[in-house]
Design a protein around this ligand. Structure first.
Ligand SMILES: Cc1ncc(COP(=O)(O)O)c(C=O)c1O
Length: 367
């Protein structure tokens, strides 16, 4: 029987195999490993791609989000408003940066931070709002930026899933005061190891990010801040440079697969993803909702189709959260979605046969 894995890393590697090994050879010949040529070139290329003012490579997406928050040097006890329906790293980054996560519910259509629920979560300690562009769909940034501007709050995008996604023609990562990306290998732009990226709108914030990334190292023998080792890796930067030129084309292919699924599932008892009119979703995850989610997972596994659940348990119910200072607002949408969401394979390399197999298998379950 035809097999459809949830992700296919080998398929992302084949087209760039030669280019990667040529760059590796050049890197090893020079041994320019410390914040080397590829990192510097990728920083310029990806910053330009996001249309951001400043950008910096770093170690991974969790560190990127931590770095982005820390760079603002908020007052002790500061709060950051985040969604609970996200990968747990969003919450961790607030805590690692010394803040208190304040978790709120998501919009039932976009699955991103619900702007209507932000204001009632704001206190005198709120310093920032951190929308997550979940599954590759940008949050409602105009509404979020308006709330933030009225109250002098910062907006830090968690763009870990949103490479190349667009909001009103503008690219994710260049929409707020700062943004964090992950290049975890399953992402639309993925390294073959760990890597991340931060952008900043403001030069002072960028300079603080630069210091924090590398031990607060201001000059050869001077450390002006207690920083971190969050340096990026030269080999991963070479891989990302090889992949970046095809990101837009690959995102368009994902949108095409998503459209085929949407059309095929239109009359079934599932909720297909909603993409707001003014956004370009990158379909990092193609997520449907089903009343019989767990049975459908089982059925698709029997059809050799890989699926995922993003996410099974809301962040505010995670055991780790009990031990930290946090607040959680009422979460009806998040709690329901966690019982119903299911991620189907959706990537550029899927063959017509694989797509047809997913469609047939989902349909058969519903007859
Ligand atoms: C929404 C979100 N935030 C943060 C991260 C953390 O990125 P990383 O795994 O590179 O640390 C991820 C990665 O999966 C993510 O999906």
């Amino acid at each position: 029987m035809i097999k459809v894995p949830l992700v296919d890393l080998k398929a992302t590697y084949e087209p760039i195999r030669k280019q990667i090994f040529e760059s590796f050879e050049a890197i090893f010949d020079k041994m320019g490993l410390f914040l080397g040529e590829n990192i510097q070139a990728f920083e310029e290329e990806f910053t330009r791609y996001c249309d951001a003012n400043f950008g910096l490579g770093c170690s991974n997406g969790t560190d990127a989000a931590t770095l982005a928050i820390k760079a603002f040097d908020f007052e002790p006890g500061f709060e950051v408003i985040v969604p609970s329906h996200t990968f747990f790293a969003t919450i961790e980054s607030v805590v690692h940066a010394g803040g208190v996560p304040v978790m709120i519910d998501i919009d039932p259509k976009t699955y991103c931070l619900d702007p209507a629920r932000i204001v009632s979560a704001i206190t005198a300690k709120t310093a920032a709002i951190m929308p997550v562009h979940l599954y590759g769909q940008p949050a409602d940034m105009d509404a979020i930026l308006r709330i933030a501007a009225d109250r002098n709050l910062k907006v830090i995008e968690d763009a870990a899933q949103a490479h190349g996604a667009k909001y009103k023609g503008k690219t994710a990562g260049g929409l707020g005061d700062a943004a964090a990306f992950s290049f975890y290998f399953t992402k639309n732009l993925g390294a073959f190891g760990e890597a991340g990226f931060v952008t900043a709108a403001d030069k002072d914030v960028f300079e603080r990010m630069t210091l924090l990334r590398h031990h607060g190292h201001a000059s050869k023998f001077e450390h002006t801040l207690i920083g971190h080792n969050m340096r990026p890796d030269e080999l991963q930067a070479a891989i990302l440079r090889a992949k970046l030129p095809s990101l837009d084309e690959n995102n368009a292919k994902r949108r095409k697969v998503a459209q085929q699924y949407n059309d095929a599932f239109a009359n079934l008892d599932v909720t297909t993803p909603f993409a707001a009119e003014n956004v370009e979703h990158n379909y990092h995850c193609y997520v449907i909702q089903s009343d019989r989610r767990d049975e459908l997972v089982h059925h698709l596994a029997e059809c050799n189709i890989g699926t995922g659940v993003h996410y099974m348990t809301p962040a505010h119910y995670q055991p780790a959260v009990r031990a930290i200072a946090h607040r959680a607002m009422p979460m009806p949408v998040t709690e329901l979605l966690c019982t119903r969401c299911l991620t189907l394979p959706c990537y550029p390399e899927l063959s017509a046969e694989q797509i047809a197999h997913v469609i047939d298998s989902v349909r058969k379950f519903h007859v």
